[in-house]
Design a protein around this ligand. Structure first.
Ligand SMILES: [Zn+2]
Length: 303
Protein backbone atom coordinates (compact mmCIF):
# COMPACT_ATOMS: atom_id res chain seq x y z
CA UNK A 1 0.00 0.00 0.00
CA UNK A 2 2.78 2.36 1.01
CA UNK A 3 4.73 1.93 -2.21
CA UNK A 4 1.58 2.63 -4.25
CA UNK A 5 1.20 5.95 -2.42
CA UNK A 6 4.87 6.78 -2.94
CA UNK A 7 4.52 5.85 -6.62
CA UNK A 8 1.50 8.11 -7.11
CA UNK A 9 3.24 10.99 -5.31
CA UNK A 10 6.35 10.59 -7.47
CA UNK A 11 4.30 10.46 -10.67
CA UNK A 12 2.33 13.58 -9.70
CA UNK A 13 5.58 15.44 -9.02
CA UNK A 14 7.05 14.41 -12.38
CA UNK A 15 3.90 15.58 -14.22
CA UNK A 16 3.91 18.90 -12.35
CA UNK A 17 7.60 19.51 -13.15
CA UNK A 18 7.07 18.68 -16.83
CA UNK A 19 4.03 20.96 -17.16
CA UNK A 20 5.85 23.89 -15.53
CA UNK A 21 8.82 23.33 -17.86
CA UNK A 22 6.61 23.20 -20.97
CA UNK A 23 4.75 26.36 -19.91
CA UNK A 24 7.99 28.26 -19.31
CA UNK A 25 9.36 27.16 -22.68
CA UNK A 26 6.19 28.39 -24.38
CA UNK A 27 6.32 31.72 -22.57
CA UNK A 28 9.96 32.10 -23.45
CA UNK A 29 9.32 31.50 -27.15
CA UNK A 30 6.52 34.08 -27.20
CA UNK A 31 8.64 36.55 -25.26
CA UNK A 32 11.52 36.22 -27.73
CA UNK A 33 9.20 36.66 -30.71
CA UNK A 34 7.73 39.78 -29.12
CA UNK A 35 11.17 41.23 -28.45
CA UNK A 36 12.20 40.62 -32.06
CA UNK A 37 8.98 42.14 -33.33
CA UNK A 38 9.45 45.20 -31.14
CA UNK A 39 12.70 46.04 -32.90
CA UNK A 40 10.98 46.23 -36.31
CA UNK A 41 7.72 47.87 -35.36
CA UNK A 42 6.79 51.49 -35.91
CA UNK A 43 6.40 53.35 -32.64
CA UNK A 44 2.65 53.22 -32.16
CA UNK A 45 2.46 49.44 -32.43
CA UNK A 46 4.83 49.16 -29.52
CA UNK A 47 2.03 49.99 -27.10
CA UNK A 48 0.05 46.83 -27.89
CA UNK A 49 3.15 44.68 -27.99
CA UNK A 50 4.21 46.15 -24.69
CA UNK A 51 0.96 45.10 -23.06
CA UNK A 52 1.58 41.52 -24.21
CA UNK A 53 5.18 41.71 -23.11
CA UNK A 54 4.11 42.84 -19.70
CA UNK A 55 1.45 40.17 -19.30
CA UNK A 56 4.10 37.59 -20.09
CA UNK A 57 6.60 38.97 -17.68
CA UNK A 58 3.95 38.93 -15.02
CA UNK A 59 3.01 35.34 -15.81
CA UNK A 60 6.66 34.34 -15.64
CA UNK A 61 7.57 36.03 -12.40
CA UNK A 62 4.20 36.31 -10.73
CA UNK A 63 5.53 39.55 -9.36
CA UNK A 64 2.72 41.83 -10.40
CA UNK A 65 -0.32 39.73 -9.63
CA UNK A 66 -0.90 42.31 -6.95
CA UNK A 67 2.11 44.51 -7.44
CA UNK A 68 2.24 46.28 -4.18
CA UNK A 69 2.15 45.68 -0.52
CA UNK A 70 -1.28 45.15 0.99
CA UNK A 71 0.03 46.04 4.44
CA UNK A 72 -0.30 49.67 5.38
CA UNK A 73 3.17 51.08 5.95
CA UNK A 74 4.86 54.40 6.25
CA UNK A 75 3.52 56.31 3.27
CA UNK A 76 5.37 59.56 3.76
CA UNK A 77 7.04 60.87 0.64
CA UNK A 78 5.22 58.53 -1.73
CA UNK A 79 3.49 59.90 -4.78
CA UNK A 80 0.05 59.02 -3.47
CA UNK A 81 0.78 60.54 -0.12
CA UNK A 82 -2.52 61.78 1.35
CA UNK A 83 -0.66 65.02 2.12
CA UNK A 84 -0.22 65.57 -1.61
CA UNK A 85 -3.76 66.86 -1.84
CA UNK A 86 -3.09 69.41 -4.51
CA UNK A 87 -2.54 66.83 -7.21
CA UNK A 88 -5.50 64.59 -7.88
CA UNK A 89 -5.81 63.38 -4.33
CA UNK A 90 -8.21 65.83 -2.80
CA UNK A 91 -9.85 64.63 0.35
CA UNK A 92 -13.04 63.52 -1.32
CA UNK A 93 -14.92 60.77 0.43
CA UNK A 94 -14.55 57.69 -1.72
CA UNK A 95 -16.37 54.54 -0.71
CA UNK A 96 -13.89 51.67 -1.18
CA UNK A 97 -16.81 49.23 -1.30
CA UNK A 98 -18.30 50.85 -4.41
CA UNK A 99 -17.09 50.16 -7.96
CA UNK A 100 -14.07 52.32 -8.87
CA UNK A 101 -12.24 52.86 -12.14
CA UNK A 102 -9.31 55.11 -13.11
CA UNK A 103 -9.41 56.60 -16.60
CA UNK A 104 -5.93 57.68 -17.72
CA UNK A 105 -4.98 59.91 -20.65
CA UNK A 106 -1.48 59.80 -22.16
CA UNK A 107 0.66 61.89 -24.51
CA UNK A 108 -0.99 65.28 -23.88
CA UNK A 109 -1.70 67.89 -22.88
CA UNK A 110 -3.38 69.04 -26.07
CA UNK A 111 -6.38 71.04 -27.28
CA UNK A 112 -8.50 67.99 -26.42
CA UNK A 113 -7.47 67.91 -22.77
CA UNK A 114 -9.79 70.78 -21.84
CA UNK A 115 -12.71 69.19 -23.69
CA UNK A 116 -12.20 66.00 -21.68
CA UNK A 117 -11.98 68.03 -18.44
CA UNK A 118 -15.32 69.66 -19.26
CA UNK A 119 -17.01 66.28 -19.69
CA UNK A 120 -15.46 64.95 -16.47
CA UNK A 121 -16.53 68.06 -14.63
CA UNK A 122 -20.09 67.74 -15.89
CA UNK A 123 -20.30 64.31 -14.20
CA UNK A 124 -18.24 65.26 -11.14
CA UNK A 125 -15.60 62.74 -12.20
CA UNK A 126 -11.80 62.59 -12.07
CA UNK A 127 -9.03 61.14 -14.23
CA UNK A 128 -5.23 61.07 -14.48
CA UNK A 129 -3.20 62.72 -17.23
CA UNK A 130 0.27 61.35 -18.06
CA UNK A 131 1.94 64.23 -19.86
CA UNK A 132 4.93 64.39 -22.20
CA UNK A 133 7.54 67.16 -22.08
CA UNK A 134 7.21 68.40 -25.66
CA UNK A 135 3.49 69.03 -25.17
CA UNK A 136 3.86 70.56 -21.69
CA UNK A 137 6.39 73.06 -23.08
CA UNK A 138 3.91 74.20 -25.74
CA UNK A 139 1.09 74.78 -23.21
CA UNK A 140 2.28 74.68 -19.60
CA UNK A 141 -0.96 76.39 -18.48
CA UNK A 142 -2.86 73.19 -19.28
CA UNK A 143 -1.18 71.51 -16.30
CA UNK A 144 -2.90 73.89 -13.89
CA UNK A 145 -6.25 73.41 -15.67
CA UNK A 146 -6.04 69.67 -15.03
CA UNK A 147 -5.21 70.31 -11.36
CA UNK A 148 -8.04 72.83 -11.04
CA UNK A 149 -10.47 70.16 -12.26
CA UNK A 150 -9.42 67.96 -9.30
CA UNK A 151 -7.66 65.59 -11.68
CA UNK A 152 -4.18 64.13 -11.32
CA UNK A 153 -1.13 65.26 -13.29
CA UNK A 154 1.46 62.54 -13.88
CA UNK A 155 4.70 62.02 -15.78
CA UNK A 156 5.05 60.35 -19.22
CA UNK A 157 8.71 61.47 -19.77
CA UNK A 158 10.25 64.33 -21.76
CA UNK A 159 10.42 62.76 -25.24
CA UNK A 160 8.37 59.53 -25.15
CA UNK A 161 11.38 57.27 -25.71
CA UNK A 162 11.37 53.55 -24.94
CA UNK A 163 13.08 53.65 -21.53
CA UNK A 164 14.13 50.01 -21.82
CA UNK A 165 16.28 50.91 -24.83
CA UNK A 166 18.29 53.93 -23.66
CA UNK A 167 21.24 54.56 -21.33
CA UNK A 168 20.91 54.92 -17.56
CA UNK A 169 21.77 58.62 -17.85
CA UNK A 170 19.04 59.09 -20.46
CA UNK A 171 16.47 57.26 -18.35
CA UNK A 172 17.14 59.66 -15.49
CA UNK A 173 16.89 62.79 -17.62
CA UNK A 174 13.74 61.58 -19.43
CA UNK A 175 11.99 60.98 -16.11
CA UNK A 176 13.28 63.63 -13.73
CA UNK A 177 13.61 66.53 -16.21
CA UNK A 178 9.96 66.07 -17.10
CA UNK A 179 8.94 65.85 -13.47
CA UNK A 180 10.74 69.16 -12.90
CA UNK A 181 8.87 70.67 -15.86
CA UNK A 182 5.56 69.54 -14.37
CA UNK A 183 6.56 70.78 -10.91
CA UNK A 184 7.34 74.22 -12.40
CA UNK A 185 3.95 74.22 -14.15
CA UNK A 186 2.17 73.68 -10.82
CA UNK A 187 2.03 69.92 -10.21
CA UNK A 188 4.01 69.77 -7.00
CA UNK A 189 5.94 66.92 -5.44
CA UNK A 190 6.80 63.44 -6.64
CA UNK A 191 4.65 62.34 -9.56
CA UNK A 192 3.49 58.95 -10.75
CA UNK A 193 5.21 57.78 -13.92
CA UNK A 194 3.93 55.85 -16.89
CA UNK A 195 6.85 54.61 -18.98
CA UNK A 196 6.22 55.18 -22.72
CA UNK A 197 4.74 52.05 -24.42
CA UNK A 198 4.52 50.56 -20.91
CA UNK A 199 8.08 49.33 -21.42
CA UNK A 200 10.65 48.99 -18.66
CA UNK A 201 13.62 46.88 -17.62
CA UNK A 202 15.70 46.40 -14.47
CA UNK A 203 17.57 49.69 -15.02
CA UNK A 204 14.25 51.54 -15.19
CA UNK A 205 12.99 49.88 -12.00
CA UNK A 206 16.29 50.71 -10.30
CA UNK A 207 16.50 54.37 -11.37
CA UNK A 208 12.86 55.45 -11.24
CA UNK A 209 12.20 56.21 -7.59
CA UNK A 210 8.50 56.61 -8.30
CA UNK A 211 5.58 54.18 -8.64
CA UNK A 212 5.01 53.27 -12.31
CA UNK A 213 1.42 52.94 -13.49
CA UNK A 214 0.63 50.90 -16.58
CA UNK A 215 -2.88 49.75 -17.46
CA UNK A 216 -5.19 46.76 -17.43
CA UNK A 217 -7.69 48.01 -20.04
CA UNK A 218 -6.33 49.26 -23.38
CA UNK A 219 -9.04 51.29 -25.16
CA UNK A 220 -6.91 51.00 -28.35
CA UNK A 221 -7.98 54.57 -29.18
CA UNK A 222 -4.44 55.20 -30.45
CA UNK A 223 -4.85 52.46 -33.05
CA UNK A 224 -8.49 52.66 -34.13
CA UNK A 225 -8.94 56.44 -33.72
CA UNK A 226 -12.64 55.58 -33.78
CA UNK A 227 -14.95 56.70 -30.98
CA UNK A 228 -17.41 53.79 -31.32
CA UNK A 229 -14.64 51.18 -31.28
CA UNK A 230 -12.95 52.89 -28.33
CA UNK A 231 -16.21 52.84 -26.38
CA UNK A 232 -16.82 49.20 -27.29
CA UNK A 233 -13.32 48.15 -26.18
CA UNK A 234 -13.66 49.82 -22.79
CA UNK A 235 -17.20 48.54 -22.17
CA UNK A 236 -16.03 45.01 -22.97
CA UNK A 237 -13.07 45.00 -20.58
CA UNK A 238 -13.72 47.45 -17.76
CA UNK A 239 -13.98 46.04 -14.24
CA UNK A 240 -13.83 47.36 -10.72
CA UNK A 241 -10.29 48.39 -9.71
CA UNK A 242 -8.94 48.69 -13.25
CA UNK A 243 -6.82 51.34 -14.93
CA UNK A 244 -7.96 52.33 -18.46
CA UNK A 245 -5.50 53.55 -21.12
CA UNK A 246 -6.62 56.39 -23.41
CA UNK A 247 -4.96 59.36 -25.13
CA UNK A 248 -6.05 63.00 -24.91
CA UNK A 249 -4.62 63.80 -28.35
CA UNK A 250 -7.43 62.55 -30.60
CA UNK A 251 -10.84 64.06 -31.36
CA UNK A 252 -12.23 60.51 -31.47
CA UNK A 253 -11.16 59.97 -27.86
CA UNK A 254 -13.10 63.06 -26.74
CA UNK A 255 -16.22 61.64 -28.43
CA UNK A 256 -15.60 58.28 -26.77
CA UNK A 257 -15.25 59.93 -23.35
CA UNK A 258 -18.54 61.80 -23.94
CA UNK A 259 -20.29 58.45 -24.21
CA UNK A 260 -18.22 56.44 -21.75
CA UNK A 261 -18.37 58.68 -18.69
CA UNK A 262 -22.20 58.65 -18.33
CA UNK A 263 -22.26 54.95 -19.24
CA UNK A 264 -19.73 54.07 -16.52
CA UNK A 265 -21.61 56.11 -13.94
CA UNK A 266 -24.84 54.44 -14.96
CA UNK A 267 -23.11 51.07 -14.45
CA UNK A 268 -22.33 52.13 -10.89
CA UNK A 269 -18.69 53.16 -11.30
CA UNK A 270 -17.10 56.13 -9.64
CA UNK A 271 -14.36 57.69 -11.78
CA UNK A 272 -11.30 58.49 -9.68
CA UNK A 273 -7.65 59.39 -10.14
CA UNK A 274 -4.97 56.70 -9.95
CA UNK A 275 -3.86 57.96 -6.53
CA UNK A 276 -7.44 57.95 -5.27
CA UNK A 277 -7.99 54.42 -6.61
CA UNK A 278 -5.03 52.92 -4.74
CA UNK A 279 -5.62 55.05 -1.67
CA UNK A 280 -9.26 53.91 -1.44
CA UNK A 281 -8.34 50.22 -1.61
CA UNK A 282 -5.38 50.70 0.76
CA UNK A 283 -2.77 49.42 -1.67
CA UNK A 284 0.50 51.20 -1.06
CA UNK A 285 2.26 52.35 -4.22
CA UNK A 286 5.97 51.64 -3.99
CA UNK A 287 8.78 53.34 -5.85
CA UNK A 288 10.25 51.40 -8.77
CA UNK A 289 7.27 49.00 -8.95
CA UNK A 290 4.81 48.55 -11.81
CA UNK A 291 1.04 48.65 -11.25
CA UNK A 292 -1.83 47.87 -13.61
CA UNK A 293 -4.92 47.50 -11.39
CA UNK A 294 -5.84 47.17 -7.75
CA UNK A 295 -8.10 45.04 -5.59
CA UNK A 296 -11.77 44.78 -6.44
CA UNK A 297 -14.25 45.85 -3.75
CA UNK A 298 -14.85 42.16 -2.94
CA UNK A 299 -11.15 41.44 -2.54
CA UNK A 300 -10.74 44.59 -0.47
CA UNK A 301 -13.57 43.52 1.86
CA UNK A 302 -11.92 40.13 2.38
CA UNK A 303 -8.50 41.57 3.23
ZN1 LIG B 1 2.41 57.32 -24.62
Amino acid sequence: MLWICVGIAALTTVIAVISVYVREQKLNDVRLSIEEALDDLPGEYKEVMAADHEALEEAQTGENAYAGNPDPQDRSGTANDPKNEKNGNESETIDPNGKLVALTFDDGPSMYTEQILEILNEYDSRATFFMVGYNIEKHPERVQKVLDAGCEVANHTSNHKDLSDISREMIKSEVYDNEKLLNDAGAEGELLLRPPYGLYNDDVKDLVKRPMINWSVDSRDWKTKDAALTVKEVKKNVKDGRVVLMHDIYASTVEAVRELVPWLINEGYRLVTVSQLYEARKEQLKDGHIYRFTYTAEEFAQK
